[in-house]
Ligand binder design. Structure first.
Ligand code: GLU
Length: 344
């Protein structure tokens, strides 16, 4: 048959090659770093970015930069450019991002609203949503069980019947919550090990779209990670408690679960998570103080347990020492107050 109709066979083999390419493309490791442009990058974000980048490069995978500028009131002008600058200074690069585009563009969450809306519509058609007019304060009073930063929304407050057309009307002055199923979510984290959570008990029926119309971080991250075919999510351990909520959504939307690694948290000398207040620990401040990015990479590699001592090296040189196993059991590490002096 091959010799009888070579034209058809070659078209078939082209299609097959394309298909094979797509399969190998979709099997390829795809990591990402997803900062919110709410301030300058500090050593904590740099550490997460470095870990995520090394994991992707060691796997010969793709690395995407996505800017999570969904929460417009908290977004600061000029920050995404400054963050990209800082990442480049550190020696990191990316295969897709807001500055270079890519197969899954746009890479700014503020431009990806349609995807979030269609995921919400899908969940509405699955009868998994309901409107809520309670404020955070109302909830804390009613439920009197704030859990960390999440006010648990108990099942007893979920409305029993919903009037037709509620979904359209909920665009005004109501948040939209997910009817959280009561089963246990399990996942394995490369650094933190096996995790289990019953989201109905830890968060309850959580918000997917806020009263002001902003889609929640949980929904946006899931929609983007699925759309961008992210195979492994690497981020700080402060977000470990969001993962079960995100897995619930991935399962409901029929997506493929990525694997997870929550990297050690970087703390200031007082033992607190780094924030905007720790301005001297921003990459911009360290750079201005004369710190070389290679010393910073070497310091982070040592603090993460990847190297036995602090020595200057590039992220590319760190790839061969990268090993999830070495980071196991390191929930966090504390930076000295005089980090800039230590590194110059
Ligand atoms: N945008 C989040 C942050 O900057 C990270 C989200 C994620 O990696 O899932 O904290």
């Amino acid at each position: 048959m091959t010799s009888e109709n070579p034209g058809i066979v070659s078209a078939g083999s082209i299609l097959q090659t394309q298909f094979m390419k797509e399969i190998s493309q979709s099997n390829r490791y795809h990591g990402r770093f997803a900062p919110s442009p709410t301030g300058h990058l500090h050593v904590g974000s740099a550490c997460t970015a470095l870990v995520a980048w090394c994991a992707a490069r060691q796997a010969d995978g793709l690395f995407t930069l996505r800017i999570e500028d969904l929460d417009t009131p908290r977004t600061m002008p000029g920050m995404k450019e400054s963050q990209m600058n800082d990442l480049r200074w550190l020696g990191l690069d990316w295969d897709a991002g807001p500055d270079i585009g890519g197969r899954h563009e746009p890479y700014l969450q503020s431009l990806r609203q349609k995807g979030y809306q269609s995921a919400l519509d899908k969940l509405y058609h699955q009868k998994m949503l309901f409107p809520c007019r309670l404020s955070r304060r109302d909830l804390q009073t009613l439920a009197s069980a704030p859990h960390g930063d999440v006010a648990v929304y108990p099942r007893s407050l979920r409305p029993t019947g919903l009037e037709p057309g509620w979904y359209e009307k909920a665009k005004i002055n109501a948040s939209i919550r997910l009817k959280v199923p009561s089963h246990r979510i399990q996942f394995f984290d490369q650094i933190c090990g096996l995790q289990e959570e019953v989201v109905a008990a830890t968060a309850g029926d959580y918000v997917l779209r806020r009263r002001d119309g902003v889609f929640s971080y949980q929904l946006a991250v899931v929609v983007d990670d699925l759309h961008m075919e992210i195979t492994e999510v690497v981020r700080g351990q402060d977000l470990l408690s969001s993962t079960a909520r995100q897995l619930l959504l991935i399962d409901l939307l029929g997506g493929t679960r990525p694997s997870y690694a929550h990297s050690p948290l970087v703390l200031n000398a007082k033992g607190e998570k780094l924030s905007k207040r720790d301005a001297p620990l921003s990459l911009a401040a360290l750079r201005e103080a004369g710190v070389s990015s290679q010393y910073l990479v070497g310091y982070l590699a040592w603090a993460l347990g990847l190297l036995p001592d602090v020595r200057p090296l590039t992220p590319g040189e760190l790839v061969k020492y990268f090993d999830w196993f070495r980071m196991k059991g390191i929930p966090s590490f504390v930076l000295p107050e005089n980090l800039a002096e230590v590194l110059t």
